[in-house]
Design a protein around this ligand. Structure first.
Ligand SMILES: NC(=O)c1ccc[n+]([C@@H]2O[C@H](COP(=O)([O-])OP(=O)(O)OC[C@H]3O[C@@H](n4cnc5c(N)ncnc54)[C@H](O)[C@@H]3O)[C@@H](O)[C@H]2O)c1
Ligand SMILES: [Zn+2]
Ligand SMILES: [Zn+2]
Length: 338
């Protein structure tokens, strides 16, 4: 079968490999869609920390089930996606029902080879039914589940004001699930075209440019002086993460979905007087995947909005560099495999 291997930073090579055989407890998927995520772009650029090469990228996947061992409720030929975070099953997080933050987590396409292949073997426990959704929709379940998980961590209540900082694909999904939870959403970004996308395509109530004067004052005006009770970072920018502590309402919750390499710092008195809650949000669970799928089936999220670029598998090597340039306006690039 054909595979696309990221051999070293900024280098891809199409290579022939043996099609995986069915082994106990696993399933073989014929890959039909590969969504391209920031993690893939950073791995290609060579800026993803702790990343080893060569690596086959790709974890936002949809395909058709070829065969499975230990998944009797799944039928051969069924359209599926899967939860690409493979957990150990016995660490404290796994024992606490939180496999998404397993101490020995292996993410497909990150720690182990992923989906830029014709056929992929995955643990049968990771399979997710397609439920009549298209392959495009199924490949978008994983990135949307990241935001859905952040919103669930925040326990967003109807009528709350949720500030989402960062309007990339992860932030956009976060905004959608905050809206579905009944919140009024404010989007904050430095990129005006992404804010415009929030207003026109996602119907986000309010957008604020982070480079405009007196952001805190604008947020106060939008919330009758209360400030947002939930702030969710989806920038991965240390500066943005540190600044957003000051946007939080008294009694508020601050959730870090975005990830960066440095040390977060904040004023302890400011944090204390708010009795604020700080939490991180890592990956997503099966409950989040199911919530995303049912929201898609109800028409509450329209994943087609996210796909700005589309290529066939054979064009990925030539096109990938182009997707790195923000000027090209990529929100979600989708790879189609026949
Ligand atoms: N929780 C998880 O498990 C998980 C999973 C996937 C991605 N992530 C992380 O989520 C983050 C977002 O991912 P993405 O693919 O949407 O990234 P992206 O780079 O496409 O989007 C980030 C957005 O933040 C905006 N931004 C940057 N600096 C800003 C600032 N100072 N103020 C306001 N906005 C600012 C950018 O303009 C951009 O629109 C990344 O840090 C990524 O690593 C987390
Ligand atoms: Zn991703
Ligand atoms: Zn574990």
């Amino acid at each position: 079968m054909e595979t696309l291997v990221c051999t070293s930073p900024r280098q891809f090579a199409y290579q022939q490999a043996t099609k995986p055989a069915l082994t106990p407890g696993n399933a073989i998927i014929k890959i039909r869609r590969i969504g391209i995520c920031g993690t893939d772009l950073h791995a290609f650029e060579g800026t993803q920390p702790f990343f080893n090469y060569p690596r086959i990228l790709g974890h936002e996947l949809a395909g058709d089930l070829v065969e499975a061992d230990g998944a009797p409720e799944f039928a051969a030929g069924e359209a599926v996606t899967f939860i690409p975070y493979f957990n150990c099953g016995y660490c404290i997080a796994c024992r606490s029902g939180k496999p998404n933050c397993c101490a020995r987590l292996q993410v497909s396409g990150v720690h182990i080879d992923g989906g830029m292949v014709e056929y992929l073997s995955v643990p049968a426990y990771s399979l997710v039914h397609g439920e009549g959704l298209t392959h495009d929709e199924l490949a978008l379940v994983e990135p949307l589940a990241i935001g859905a998980h952040g919103v669930r961590r925040a326990e967003v209540q109807p009528g709350e004001v949720v500030l989402v900082v960062g309007a990339g694909p992860i932030g956009l999904g976060t905004m959608e699930f905050a809206r579905i939870a009944g919140a009024t959403v404010i989007a904050l970004d430095i990129n005006e075209s992404r804010l415009s996308f929030c207003r026109t395509r996602l119907g986000v109530a309010h957008t604020v440019n982070a480079q405009s004067p007196d952001v805190a004052g604008q947020l106060a005006d939008l919330t009758n002086g209360d400030m947002p009770t939930v702030v969710i970072d989806a920038t991965g920018s240390l500066r943005a993460i540190n600044t957003s502590f000051s946007y939080l309402a008294h009694s508020g919750r601050y959730i870090l979905v975005g990830l960066q390499k440095g040390d977060v710092s904040f004023s302890h008195p400011e944090f204390h007087k708010r009795e604020a809650t700080l939490m991180s949000s890592r990956n997503a669970t099966r409950a989040d995947f199911e919530h995303v799928i049912s929201s898609m089936k109800k028409g509450l999220v329209d994943p087609k909005t996210y796909i700005t670029h589309r290529v066939g598998f054979e064009q990925v090597q030539a096109e990938f560099e182009h997707w790195l340039n923000p000027a090209n306006g990529v929100i979600k690039a989708m790879v189609t495999m026949v």
